[in-house]
Design a protein around this ligand. Sequence first.
Ligand SMILES: [Zn+2]
Length: 259
Amino acid sequence: MKTIRAAWEDTMRGSLILVTPDCALLESGRPKELLSVCKSRTDIRMEKEAAGMLLRLLERIENNDRIVSVSGFRSHEEQVQIWEDTLLKEGEAFTRTYVAKPGHSEHESGLAIDLAENRTEIDFIRPDFPREGICMEFRRQAAGYGFVERYPADKTSVTGIGGEPWHFRYVGQPHGVAMEREGVVLEEYIAFLKEETSQRVPYLCFETDSNVCSEIFYVDMRGKEKICLSCSDKADMRISGTNEGGIVVCRRRAVYGEK
Ligand SMILES: [Zn+2]
């Protein structure tokens, strides 16, 4: 039996944190370590684990620079600069629709990446990432690597953000697969886990490619200083904060050959 401890601090960090117009990124949610995701522009970086998975995904689809990263991690100061520049150039309505308020941008967490199809002219704020060709291939494989399209046009009423087909968010495995399977965005996924799951009644997610089965459940951390979670030695247990008072626990275990 293995055990891990979770404390209140853990609610504010991890791949599932909500960073939205209503939910600000907290200091603990800022990335500890960044890695470059682009050979020609080493200043485009993501949080270490997210960067590694993005590079593996691009390799899997034999990208060869047909997709380029346009914007990854931004410091708080950079987000302030983009907000002010866009406000000056494009006006308030455009800025409020397409640029997140400083402190409320997923880019400040290092878990978001804006991608573009590689062309001579690339729009920095609204890059083109069509639903065909190599970009479609990326979309098909993304969930398996823990990436989701964060702001689909038909979920604007849930996210509060206009459709952004170029903005991908790293939520980690197996959450990408679970969210795709259920057709939900992060807000809905967390609300679902919060309402429907517990340690005794987890959500089960089976990944057919790898024969890995995951038990996923939500733990409300409000009013708790620390909790202890345990799992069998054969399983891998990870937790992520939700940035709204809870954590999501995921126990993953290979089931191959156990029938
Ligand atoms: Zn973005």
